[in-house]
Design a binder for this molecule. Structure first.
Ligand code: D41
Length: 677
């Protein structure tokens, strides 16, 4: 290196330090201090110098993170200090046994409290990194604990792994152990990229991380969003060693490693249990997958006294969370028919405990999903339930496919009424064409009709509707109004009194409003709000029924799809005769006067905020809507007025900022009273 000018050398070292520091701030602390463009500029300067003086380019240069020449294969390395495995605990009882065994061995009293370090257990790939005089010289997989593979070049591409330790008081020889993983966000981006390139997506973050580390071409590894949390030290040659595992983690952080921020030092086993509950609740919010918690006796001297059995330390244990994926058998696929006729395949599974609950059913969504999974009845399948998400089938385990496994055929006829099942071009959902002739759709339609925001028939629950339809007592919503006490008495859990109560609430529901009635009809895509706008705009049912599609399209919030559904619904003679029967039975409402004065708020958008004291929010909303206003959930420049009840917060502030008219609750009720006819 004699021919390199002193100044260039100095500048080169400074650039390396600077890049390493920014890399640390960005990838380890997640707190960058310069923009990416500035980082790129520094990197180019470094590469320029290396281009001119190639002999400078060393393995610890930040420019090497992009990967190098492809390898022919990985060589094996033996771990000087074996990488131990972990015993598992699955219950509180396993945990107290663990604590008791430790105290017995250490001849401590039952009430003594051990200091434990609690660490989230990352679901990634365990690795060992060796640093000599502060420089990363070797990275290896754990392998079987004694022999692993040399993945040094791949490890160098991982930005959260220091190529050179920070500070000066590090051991002359240090082996760091940690878990390499891919974050949820990194995984999603990686898979999006794969899909765009027409490649097969990865199954899960763990597989993606393992596959990325196994690349012979480190340039590929460099493009993968790998990260590492350090969790312990193996070989350690220094003047002095810290006296606890917790302090050791602090040192590793000082030397530039990423340490999980949820790691805690606690006293005693009860605190470990509390930590478990807290972390389990946090699990779904983490941006990486964890499969449990590792508890470690913190005191290194105590660790030494405890030693290990077979290949696992006596001073550590992994408490597993309930698995989020399990294997079970697909027993059958049933097809359910919904209110709009949508035919949904539902998998019946051999019950399996997964994600903390027993799962016996999983939705298969639609025909495309069945085709994508390529599953057969009889297959062993992987079921996943993460957090509160509904259980999903991830895939079939093809190696376990039994002889005689039956491919799933999407039915061409409705399983309930035998009408044909059709799939409109461009839609994923297949539907039964039976309409209200279909028992399944009838049941759903009646349940919807009776629901609170529709006709609000008290006491007519889902079970009772099923029963009434199955017994042949009703075929449509109109039949509800013909029911007699004698027909009801004797039905399951139905005595004279409850029968009379039901008939009373059916009778009471006859007095309704036009918006509620329009909603109750169950026209596809016509929800509560659309029912209200239709009523406001057309004033009477007759006008809605007769409205040509062009007129419907003029209504705010009614698009071509909804307009089509409305026209189709009223073109169907069955629907019209049901409406007629309902009116003959006495269902009635007040038409809405179309003159301007009855809709004083037409075209206006109002926002309610805070907690109203003199009326419910639903009531206030009803009143506003009946005057033609639209009631929105958030304040924008389009808002005409907000009602700020006690407890109003950010929406009030925003309205003030936008100089929107603000009414107090008192002013609002005064306004309503004035508007009353
Ligand atoms: O997060 C992890 N996956 C993790 C794994 C962790 N936080 N700590 C660990 N500690 C150990 C000992 C106690 C043996 C040093 C581990 C593992 N081992 C481990 N990972 C794979 C096998 C063992």
């Amino acid at each position: 290196m004699l021919n390199i000018p002193e100044l260039v050398l100095k500048r080169y070292e400074r650039l390396k330090d600077e890049l390493n520091r920014h890399n640390y701030l960005y990838y380890v602390l997640d707190d960058p201090s310069i923009p990416d463009s500035e980082y790129d500029r520094l990197m180019r300067s470094l590469q320029d110098i290396e281009g001119e003086f190639p002999e400078l380019r060393s393995a610890d240069s930040p420019s090497q993170r992009v990967g190098g020449e492809a390898l022919k294969g990985f060589s094996q390395v033996s771990h000087n200090v074996p990488m131990l495995s972990l015993d598992n605990a699955f219950s509180d009882e396993d945990m107290s046994d663990f604590d008791r065994r430790i105290k017995e061995r250490l001849k401590l009293g039952g009430s003594d409290k051990i200091a434990y370090v609690c660490e989230p257990k990352l679901d990634g790939v365990a690795v060992s990194l060796v640093y000599e005089k502060g420089l990363l010289v070797r990275g290896a997989t754990r392998g079987d604990g004694s022999v692993g593979e040399d993945i040094t070049v791949n490890v160098r591409t991982i930005n959260s792994i220091p190529l050179k330790l920070r500070g000066t008081d590090f051991p002359e020889l240090l082996e760091v152990r940690g878990e390499i993983y891919i974050s949820q966000q990194g995984f999603d981006q990686l898979n999006q990229k794969a899909l765009r390139a027409g490649d097969k997506p990865f199954v899960n973050p763990r597989n993606a991380a393992a596959g990325s580390l196994r690349q012979l071409d480190s340039k590929i590894t460099a493009t993968r969003p790998l990260e590492m949390f350090a969790y312990s030290a193996g070989q350690y040659r220094a003047q002095a060693k810290p006296d606890s595992h917790f302090k050791m983690l602090g040192n590793l952080a000082d030397w530039g490693f990423k340490i999980n921020r949820h790691i805690q030092l606690v006293e005693g086993i009860a605190a470990c249990e509390k930590y478990y509950q807290q972390l389990a609740a946090l699990r779904d919010q983490l941006d990486y997958e964890i499969d449990g918690i590792v508890y470690k006796v913190s005191d290194l001297q105590l660790q030494g006294r405890l030693g290990f059995v077979a290949k696992a330390p006596r001073w550590a244990i992994a408490r597993k969370f309930p698995a989020q994926e399990e294997m079970t058998r697909l027993l059958d696929v049933e097809f359910q028919v919904g209110r709009t006729g949508a035919v949904t395949p539902v998998a019946r599974l051999e019950p399996v405990f997964v994600g903390g609950v027993t799962v016996a059913n999983a939705t298969l969504h639609n025909a495309d999903e069945i085709a994508r999974l390529g599953i057969c009845v009889g297959d062993m399948v992987i079921v996943r339930r993460a957090g509160d998400v509904i259980p999903q089938i991830v895939k079939a385990v093809l190696e376990k496919r039994p002889v005689g496994a039956v491919p799933i055929e999407f039915p061409e006829r409705c399983p309930v009424c035998q009408s044909s099942v059709k799939r409109t071009a461009g839609e994923v959902v297949a539907r039964c064409t039976g309409g209200l002739f279909c028992g399944a759709q009838t049941k759903q339609a009646i349940k919807h009709f009776a629901s609170r925001k529709a006709m609000d028939i008290d006491g007519l629950g889902d079970k009772l509707v099923d029963l009434l339809v199955d017994q042949g007592l009703i075929y449509s919503v109109a039949d509800l109004f013909e029911l007699q006490t004698e027909q009801l008495v004797g039905l399951e859990r139905m005595a004279q009194k409850s029968a009379q109560n039901l008939l009373n609430s059916i009778a009471a529901s006859k007095q309704t409003s036009l918006p509620k009635f329009l909603f109750a009809l169950g026209i596809r895509e016509v929800g509560e709000a659309t029912g209200q706008t239709l009523a406001n705009n057309f004033g009477s049912l007759e006008s809605v029924i007769c409205a040509p599609i062009e007129e419907l399209l003029e209504v705010e919030d009614v698009g071509p799809v909804v307009a089509r559904h409305i026209v189709d619904f009223f073109n169907n003679p069955d629907n019209l005769s049901i409406i007629q029967a309902l009116r003959q039975a006495g269902v009635h409402w007040q038409n809405i006067d179309q003159t301007v004065q009855s809709l004083p708020l037409k075209g206006q958008t109002w926002v309610l905020t805070g907690t109203l004291e003199t009326m419910s929010r639903a009531e206030a909303k009803d009143r506003l809507q009946s005057m033609g206003a639209k009631v929105a959930g958030s304040v924008s420049a389009k808002t005409h007025c907000i009602v700020a009840a006690p407890g109003a917060g950010s929406k009030l502030k925003k309205a003030q900022a936008l100089a929107i008219e603000i009414l107090t609750e008192q002013q609002f009720t005064d306004f309503l009273n004035k508007e009353l006819p």
